[in-house]
Design a protein around this ligand. Structure first.
Ligand code: F6P
Length: 378
């Protein structure tokens, strides 16, 4: 009997997921004589045993298609919403796995998915994962698929914003996704020639940014593009949040409620930070400012050539590892190759931009303001 491999996509969708499914499937079926079955909508489909048979015809024509043919969700096996309650559904997942007599389950996802997949490894299941996310923040892999496509989209947006900013002599603040990592904003800002790039790893000083924009203006460039990562924050907000988090961790009894309220108030301020930044820059520079939030545009549509190749490369390597019985690992991108990394070395870590990363040095060398004093401190 042919070995049956399960596959699911979890977390936010990302360009390249279908290319990866196709890569796993074509190699698993075509080279190793296995069969493939897809579970719909991430871990929820595994709990509910909602499947789709993936034979060669279903894998045809999906390489260039965005999103995921399997559907996805942000459900966590151990905290799944059932009615209005969070329930641990891990045992239902184990049952589905055993019912199908799976040889392995492939989970395609970002940092959260790696964690959820590791929980299933602890249940004794044969799990293997691939790293996808437009945020590029999964530890132990050179890159994640989805990032290159999102980088291209955000860069093109910044390119297009230049002409309108230039024509109106305005500041345009463009918010880029990336969660708590600055890869996307830094990469797109650098590639698109942004004048200011703000990332979560470097809390910013608004006065310093305004000064840099005024200097540009005096030198004759009466417009500026500010690429801001959705996770970036001013040094004041960063300090306030850190303090509130520490107080909440230390608080006992009645103090806990007050500490929680303080943190909620700060989180409220964080929600409007890009608009607030734009308004503050307008006041400080006396230039008009507009905000563009790129949002989910960055995740939509056909994957770039780079992501198609990466996802296919990792997908086919994954099938080879299943054939060799290598489980409990993430198939990481290493140079031009792929390497299995134990999931326990991946989970609980986030790959943020190191302050000495060449992209940061390069940005400074071309005169980009990173919102700090030029040496990494605001
Ligand atoms: O992790 C990918 C990502 O697009 C982040 O950049 C962003 O913060 C988040 O997902 C948005 O999530 P959702 O699509 O659930 O709103």
């Amino acid at each position: 009997m042919a070995k049956l491999v399960g596959i699911l996509t979890a977390g936010g969708d990302s360009p390249g997921l279908n290319a990866a499914i196709r890569g796993v499937g074509k190699a698993a079926i075509g080279i190793y004589g296995m069969e493939l079955i897809g579970f719909r909508d991430g871990f929820r489909g595994l709990v509910q045993d909602r499947t789709v048979r993936l034979s060669l015809p279903q894998l045809s024509g999906i390489l260039t298609v965005g999103g995921t043919i399997l559907g996805t969700s942000r459900d966590k096996p151990h905290k799944m919403l059932v009615g209005n309650k969070r329930v641990d559904m891990t045992s239902a997942i184990v049952e589905t796995y055993q019912r199908h007599q799976l040889t392995a389950l492939v989970c395609l996802g970002g940092g959260g998915t790696q964690k959820n997949a590791f929980r299933l490894v602890e249940q004794g299941l044969n799990i293997i994962t691939l790293p996808k996310t437009i945020d590029n923040d999964v530890a132990m892999t050179d890159i994640t698929f989805g990032f290159d496509t999102a980088l291209g989209i955000a860069t093109e947006a910044i390119d297009r914003l230049h002409s309108t900013a230039h024509s109106h002599h305005r500041i345009i603040v463009v918010e880029v996704m990336g969660h708590n990592a600055g890869w996307l904003a830094l990469g797109a800002g650098l590639a698109g020639g942004a004048d200011v790039i703000l990332i979560p790893e470097i809390p910013y000083d608004v006065e310093g940014i305004a000064a840099a924009i005024r200097t540009r203006s005096r030198a004759g460039s009466r417009f500026s593009i500010v690429a801001v990562s959705e996770g970036a924050m001013s040094k004041e907000l960063a300090a306030e949040r850190e303090q509130a988090e520490t107080s909440l961790a230390k608080a006992k009894g009645k103090e806990k409620r007050e500490a929680r309220q303080k943190l909620t108030a700060i989180e409220q301020k964080l929600r409007t930070r890009t608009m607030d930044l734009s308004r503050e820059l307008e006041t400080l520079t006396e230039l008009e400012s507009r905000v563009t939030i790129l949002g989910h545009l960055q995740r939509g549509g056909t994957p770039s050539a780079g992501d198609r190749i990466l996802a296919t490369r990792l997908g086919t390597a994954c099938a080879g590892l299943i054939d060799r019985g290598v489980f409990g690992v993430m198939v990481a991108a290493r140079g031009n190759g792929a390497e299995p990394i134990p999931l326990e070395d991946v989970v609980g870590k986030r790959k943020t931009v190191p302050l000495n990363h060449p992209w940061i040095t390069t940005a400074r060398q071309v005169g980009v303001c990173l919102g700090d004093d030029g040496e990494g401190s605001p």
